[in-house]
Design a protein around this ligand. Sequence first.
Ligand SMILES: *Cc1c(COP(=O)(O)O)cnc(C)c1O
Length: 466
Amino acid sequence: MRYISTRGEAPALGFEDVLLTGLATDGGLYVPESLPHFSLEEIRSWRGLPYAELAYKVMYPFVEDAIPADDFRKMLDETYSVFSHQAVAPLVQLDTNEWVMELFRGPTLAFKDFALQLLGRLLDYVLEKRNQHVVIMGATSGDTGSAAIEGCRRCEHVDIFILHPHQRVSEVQRRQMTTVQGDNIHNIAVKGNFDDCQRMVKESFGNQSFLGGKTQLAAVNSINWARIMAQIVYYFQASLALGGPDRSMAFSVPTGNFGDIFAGYLAKKMGLPISQLVIATNRNDILHRFMSGNKYEQHQLEHTLSPSMDIMVSSNFERLLFDLHGRDGAAVKTLLENAAKGPVSIEDYRWKHARKLFDSDAVDDKTTCDTIRDVYEQNEYLLDPHTAIGVRAARNCRRDSAVPMITLGTAHPAKFPDAIAETGLSVKPQLPAHMADLFEREERYTVLDNDVSEVQGFIAKHWKNA
Ligand SMILES: *Cc1c(COP(=O)(O)O)cnc(C)c1O
């Protein structure tokens, strides 16, 4: 399988190189040159497979040039055995034909574990083979950092440096990052905001000379193709559990960077019968505004009760735009260069096609709280604020009550106790047993000034073979 850039100019790469690269050299994102397609008969034959085995069936075509089948199977067994539920991605019923898929049974209690637990193992495997080393540098406002650290803690060939804005992430989120022990794990609290952290990461990827040519940077945000790939699997899993592929399914997906829902779109293209995909956003609703009025326009960032969806632009949306433009990289390049300067639209027939593929909704904080309360009062089931947005959007956008509607449960409510408190419910979400002592564990992090050369100096000094 070859991978090509959405902007059409960078060279095509194989899986190993795509794994180790961030953006393509032309500024685009990598996508597979063509997708595997599975017949209904083949999908049907996967009924009853354990999650790791299903993951193998769905993902192997993407990696087969780089990894022998047995090695990949072993990696997947290890990856999904760290989840705290035997079904890995269990379904919980909310109402007649309405479900939540719990994607928060991994070590850091958010769906990002599905991809980042695998990514850590993939990186180490490929780097071992190549006798290479990488430094992961990433900025986080919360969930990505902890999932990446957990995913890479045992990697021999990876040092990981995660920047978070000092005193601006929740205590649970900070502790999930800073209490993981390991010589290759480095938490940096930057005296600035999330945008400052992100800017430093971007600048460092652009000029890596501070590493002295002895190692290179690798990306763990969802521009990395391997993350999207791992997220395709659970769409198949949910469908097979509820009578697919002989009936179609609807999914509602709490969306920030458009990574998780893009994986659903790919599952559909790979042959899984999906009749509806709902883009669920908070008040940072650039995608909902585009879907409603064909105008792609950046607004000011709003801080909401669902911080993991607080974004101004959705980086993975570029991957969809590439398909909407008949995979014309030059057209995507022009469009996104213009989008950086002001509002843009696409040709009406392309936009109408997008509206056939996706429905959308935007949910504000008050409605998020109302939804958490409603579902708790109906079922004694506590949603986290991100999942609540998905459930609300599912209920607002649903087209056919005979089709199972599955909302992706993206995080455990115990990650967001302050949002739960805002609902006025007296119930307090409990951390699962494996994390019950989080507040007693020892923390380790370094506070640095909001200064890129200071941060780069710290990395240059502290990676393993520095
Ligand atoms: C990252 C995240 C999202 C958004 O996912 P995207 O792939 O960026 O759309 C939603 N909910 C939670 C809890 C997250 O951590």
